[in-house]
Design a protein around this ligand. Structure first.
Ligand code: SF4
Ligand code: SF4
Length: 407
């Protein structure tokens, strides 16, 4: 694609990156077929190619309207288009640049601005989030059914083994997961303990930064990333083998710290090392497959029928496919096939709150496919997908590590 970026952006690091990405797009349109918003809305401006055109237009003219912002807001950042694109267009990096610049030029309504601010204030703060969640649970009997369905059931924390092995890995506790589903990291710690690896959390680590960054509060997001690097660094120097992610949404972000902080001279090298050390939990267990086989004995058949929902951040963001399904199968579960498994469930970080109508349509479509063969349980790998899907079904939705931990 030919480009002629405007003066305001041309020679900046963002301009150079945007130009490189724009030029790699050959307009073929293959990406339209796998874009969830294009499938639902049928408007090319709600497709990857359409959004690329809109961003090109803006970066070349410097002029932008609410309409452009709306079409960019409607993108799920699912990155299905990146998986499909034969030219390797790094769409999500271009979207980050476009959204962040446009946020500064197009004012949002006071209500929309307040909603986005509130999300940035509440979600990355585990203490505040868990207090509000506890209030919601206390008020549950008085809530209308529509709100009740959005409030996840209370989950009590289960026991975690003490760190006792020479082999140790860091784990990110994250922001909302400790309050919503504390059993996920406890289950991961128990299973890894069985194969001789201790999972430890760094005290001062917290939100991965994705919430703020993707709500276009870029500097705030980068500060969360720097805070995590500072919290992990002494452990990395002390020999932590990996930084384990139990939520694929956090994992895809931390794996890209090196990219996000590439222009920060104080953090660029550390960020790159943190990204290189970061592993999804499924990658850790795959690498320890021999140990798993020797020390971990699955229960005999018959086992539960499981439908696995692969989060976009796992399959498109981190390009990890088939690993969780293989681990569940080895443990004896019957993993059933799911149609349209490449499509987003509509959760997408804060998308389910900011774009509820599209999000609900995608959730219903996804649940239809997941439940088509009557699974006893739906498994997934990201807390956002888990709570979003659970709000639309009575079938239990769980993190896959909880299923493995119970065998
Ligand atoms: S598939 Fe890739 S090259 Fe083709 S239009 Fe979409 S982004 Fe551009
Ligand atoms: S990231 Fe997802 S929603 Fe956004 S343009 Fe690509 S495929 Fe469509």
């Amino acid at each position: 694609m030919q480009t002629q970026l405007a003066d305001f952006i041309r020679d900046t690091p963002e301009g150079v990156e945007a130009e490189r990405i724009l030029r790699s797009c050959v307009h073929c349109g293959f990406c339209l077929a796998t874009c969830p918003t294009y499938q639902i809305l049928g408007d090319e401006l709600d497709s990857p190619r359409g959004r690329i055109y809109l961003m090109k237009q803006y970066l070349e003219s410097g002029e932008v309207s609410e309409k452009t912002q709306l079409h960019l807001d409607r993108c799920l950042t699912c990155r299905n288009c990146e998986t499909t694109c034969p030219s390797g267009v790094e769409y999500s990096k271009l979207l980050d640049i476009g959204r962040n610049l446009i946020e500064k030029q197009v004012a949002r309504s006071p209500r929309a601005a307040l909603q986005r601010y509130a999300l940035r204030q509440v979600l990355p703060r585990p203490t505040l989030f868990s207090s509000l969640l506890a209030l919601g649970h206390a008020a549950r009997p008085f809530l209308p059914a529509s709100l009740k369905s959005k409030l996840p059931e209370k989950q009590n924390s289960s026991s975690r083994p003490q760190a006792r092995h020479a082999r140790h890995m860091l784990v990110l506790e994250g922001c909302v997961q400790p309050a919503l589903a504390p059993n996920i990291n406890a289950a991961a710690a128990r299973l890894l303990d069985k194969i001789g690896i201790s999972l430890v959390a760094a005290d001062k680590a917290g939100c991965c930064g994705a919430v703020s960054y993707h709500l276009n509060a870029r500097d705030e997001g980068l500060d969360y990333m720097r805070r995590n690097i500072d919290a992990w660094w002494p452990h990395i120097e002390a020999g932590a083998e990996a930084i384990v992610m139990t939520a694929s949404g956090c994992g895809v972000t931390v794996k890209e710290y090196g990219h996000y902080l590439q222009h920060d001279p104080a953090y660029a090298a550390k960020a790159a090392q943190v990204s290189a050390l970061t592993r999804d939990l499924s990658e850790v267990l795959l690498a320890e497959a021999e140990l798993l086989k020797s020390r971990y004995v699955p229960l005999p058949k018959p086992r539960a029928r499981v439908a696995f929902h692969a989060p976009c951040t796992l399959q498109h963001g981190q390009k990890i496919t088939g690993v969780v399904e293989a681990l569940l199968t080895v443990a004896g579960f019957e993993v059933i096939s799911v149609s349209e498994s490449n499509l987003c469930c509509g959760s997408a970080g804060t998308y389910s709150i900011l774009q509820p109508e599209i999000s609900t349509q995608l959730r219903e479509r996804k649940l239809g496919h997941l439940q088509a063969r009557q699974p006893e349980v739906i498994a997934t790998a990201n807390i956002g997908c888990l709570t979003h899907l659970q709000s639309g079904t009575a079938t239990p939705v769980r993190h896959w590590i909880e299923l493995l931990d119970e065998t």
